[in-house]
Design a protein around this ligand. Sequence first.
Ligand SMILES: [Fe+2]
Ligand SMILES: [Fe+2]
Length: 250
Amino acid sequence: MRIALLSDLHIGMHRTRLVQPMLDAIADAAPEHIVVAGDLVQRARPELFAEAAAILDQTGLPWLCVPGNHDIPLMNLPARLLRPFRDYEAAVPGPRDPLLELPGLKIVGVNSTFPYRWRNGRLTNRQIARVKHLARTGPVMVVQHHPISLLPGETKELMLNADAALAAYDEAGVDLVLTGHLHHFNTATSASGMTQIHAASALCDRSEDPPNEIAMLDVEPGGFQLTRMIAPRDGADFVAEPPVSLPSRH
Ligand SMILES: [Fe+2]
Ligand SMILES: [Fe+2]
């Protein structure tokens, strides 16, 4: 089974010329599901959410998404505090902490956004307890916008409760943690075999970011294969890198 991993589309500040190549790359790779680790849009406005959902719907595939910090209102304080997810939920129906049970892998979505913090998120103890419970039932990939630790070369401030989540996920047997927010690809596997995948941005047009990319995850007996697909700045297509093997803990 193959899953497309996307993050940080930032629709509204995205490279429009890469939308069709991204859709073509997904079609060529033929995944069965799409997972998006937040920041669907640059600003939380209904028309941008509708555009993001329409792009994902064009794949014809089911997609699971969690909110990112850009998916809640930024400057409109009443909206940010009173109804932060109204426009997100109009485009992304269903729970903000979704669960997708696939053969051989549960995908556990966690909403790490927190309207009371500017960019950084947080996890509640209850959210961490849910992940721990699900991780004990079989292979699990957690998907959330904010990273649970910084890897070499990364400098952003971590969300509240990141250290607790890192320890709890690892101890509970989580296999994979997909996060976004940093716009730089990175992976690291802990001593006990939990792999963090820090996704790059699929489409964001921020000039200081590295090239846009997406990835494909193949779920195989006894492990996973991760294939990055990178769109060079001067290129017009997402080009696949050689796949990398990741361990399973189950
Ligand atoms: Fe982002
Ligand atoms: Fe973000």
